[in-house]
Write a protein that binds this ligand. Structure first.
Ligand code: S3P
Length: 173
């Protein structure tokens, strides 16, 4: 079984994914980390040196590789992964996949991302809370059409990591 946690930057994909993988005794794969290891540099450096188009191509390539090679995993792709190329089609057509959208409000995301803009190239240029809120609002509006195609949508505001893990486990078994 492959469990995929979809969601915007800062939605908790990695934190929930790690905790879920531990409970299920599955391997946890963070796609950004996988890309960084294979490419030998950080996501920020890839954006800076080779640009976003190169990153998106690499992201698709490594997503296919992970799906081909893995059996029992919890996968946290990047926030943009389902929104580019054939990635969403790949996720929907691959057998044994269960996908969950970790849905968070603009306010929650902005609060979390405010102190983490430096390591996220798409928002690194934003300096005030107002700018971040406006950016996320527009971006999320474009992306929610992709995110909502997952098997289940989980509202995450006010929920702990443990609550979300329980909800996912209950939905799966
Ligand atoms: C991106 C999200 C990031 C990373 C890259 C682009 C996006 O991953 O893949 O900076 O397009 O939303 P996280 O969602 O893990 O921060």
């Amino acid at each position: 079984m492959i469990i995929i946690l979809i969601g915007y930057m800062g939605s908790g994909k990695s934190a929930v994914g790690k905790a879920l993988a531990e409970v299920l005794e599955y391997e946890f794969i963070d796609l950004d980390q996988f890309i960084e290891e294979r490419e030998g540099r950080s996501i920020s450096k890839i954006f800076e040196n080779q640009g976003e188009i190169y990153f998106r191509k690499a992201e698709s390539k490594y997503l296919s590789l992970v799906l081909e090679k893995s059996e029992n995993i919890v996968l946290a792709p990047g926030g943009g992964t389902p929104c580019y190329g054939d990635n969403l089609k790949l996720l929907k057509n691959h057998s044994g996949i269960h996908s969950f959208y970790l849905k968070a409000s603009i306010k929650t995301l902005a609060n979390r991302l405010l102190s983490e803009t430096a390591k996220r190239p798409l928002i690194a240029h934003l300096t005030s809370e107002e700018q971040i809120v406006e950016f996320i609002g527009k971006h999320l509006f474009e992306r929610s059409a992709f995110y909502s195609q997952t098997d289940r949508v989980l509202e995450t505001d006010e929920k702990s990591i443990q609550d979300l893990v329980e909800q996912i486990v209950l939905a799966l078994f």
